[in-house]
Design a protein around this ligand. Structure first.
Ligand code: PMP
Length: 358
């Protein structure tokens, strides 16, 4: 049998492990921060009709510029953003890959602040971009001073921030984003995959775009928008920045079916987002109840909670799995992460955890 090591693979890929959040058929999956509520039937009907219409011209390549989709995404984000400022791809993972293909690559480096979204480093490596790390402050926070000092020390071509941060849930102040932008000469990307779960009234990095041509804010329909299987991520930036991404994307990278389904889902944005309030409530409940059970949950502005005080994370993970509940062991000592599910899912998770705890 040929093994991977026998192949003439790139030297910088030797010995690496792929992204591998376990995919297991369980009753209660609270491991990858999806919206676990069922999609409303009227949205399913609307999206299905749109896909059926699209099938009549499936013999033709799709709109390479995904014009209608960019219009809908600009409308969804609001704030006077123009469609020319929007880019989209198959999940925000691909959006991030496009950014690194255009602005990173061999001889360039990207600065990140772990623990953060693991794919940032993996996509960096895949594009031949060096991943360099800055330290966080207490409780995973990132102050303007700490972040700017890391930029000055490493002089990166790109900086990746994550707001709120995955896997910690930690909020990130606009002052830190502005300070990083001031300190750096390169692209500053703020990954806002979980922005819709921030407390009401909190400003997004979108509000900083004006006058900052190197700033990029990425979003996804995979989380609050309940569209993870549809694979649609996007970003907002200067029109010139989206022109740079046209140089590296594959032609027709967004299929006609993806475009039609995403547009139809965006036409029902209110229905798709109707569960966000309930998910926030369950997240806040998790923080309270996990503390009551003797764990040490971290503040979260996202749809998940990272909690410490777990004596043996692997054992707790396995015990929960025996009860058909899948959460996430990220290899952070004494910590586990759980997604805020429906009220019933969250209740069952807390009950089982309380029982196996004793
Ligand atoms: N960014 C962050 C911070 C994430 O947590 C995720 C999904 N786990 C993504 C981006 C990628 O999501 P998608 O490719 O589904 O848009």
């Amino acid at each position: 049998m040929t093994s991977l090591a026998d192949l003439p693979i790139r030297d910088d890929l030797r010995g690496l492990t792929p992204y591998g959040a376990p995919q297991k058929p369980v009753r209660i999956a609270l491991n990858v921060n999806e919206n676990t509520h069922p999609v409303p039937p009227e949205v399913i009907a609307h999206v299905t009709a749109a896909i059926e219409r699209e099938m009549r011209s499936i013999n033709r390549y799709p709109d390479r510029e995904f014009t209608l989709l960019r219009e809908h995404l600009a409308g969804y984000l609001g704030g006077g953003l123009a469609p020319e400022q929007i880019w989209a791809a198959n999940g925000s993972n691909e959006v991030i890959q496009h950014i690194l293909q255009a602005f990173g690559g061999p001889g360039r480096r990207v600065l990140g602040f772990p623990p953060t979204y693991s794919m940032h480093a993996i996509i960096a490596t895949g594009t031949g971009t060096q991943w360099v790390e800055g330290a966080r402050d207490d409780d995973y926070r990132l102050s303007p001073e700490t972040a700017a000092a890391a930029v000055e020390r490493t002089d990166p071509d790109l900086v990746f921030l994550c707001a709120p941060n995955n896997p910690t849930g930690t909020p990130l102040g606009l002052d830190t984003i502005a300070a990083v932008y001031e300190a750096s000469r390169g692209i500053v990307m703020v990954d806002e995959a979980y922005a819709e779960f921030m407390p009401e009234g909190k400003a997004s990095a979108l509000s900083l775009l004006e006058g900052r041509p190197r700033l990029v804010v990425s979003r996804t329909m995979s989380k609050a928008f309940a569209f993870a299987g549809g694979r649609l991520g996007y970003l907002a930036a200067e029109p010139a920045l989206t022109d740079a991404l046209r140089l590296v994307r594959l032609p027709y990278h967004l299929s006609a079916l993806t475009q039609a389904a995403a547009v139809a889902a965006l036409e029902h944005a209110a229905a798709m987002l109707a569960t966000v309030g309930a998910i926030r409530d369950q997240r806040d409940r998790l923080v309270v109840e996990l503390a009551r059970l003797g764990y040490a949950p971290h503040e979260s502005w996202a749809n998940f909670v990272l909690f410490g005080g777990v004596t043996d994370p692997h054992a707790t993970f396995e015990r929960l799995l025996e009860h058909d509940i899948l959460i996430r062991d990220l290899g952070i000592a004494n910590h586990l992460r759980v997604t805020a599910g429906t009220e019933a899912e969250t209740t069952e998770f807390l009950e089982v955890l309380g029982r196996i705890n004793r």
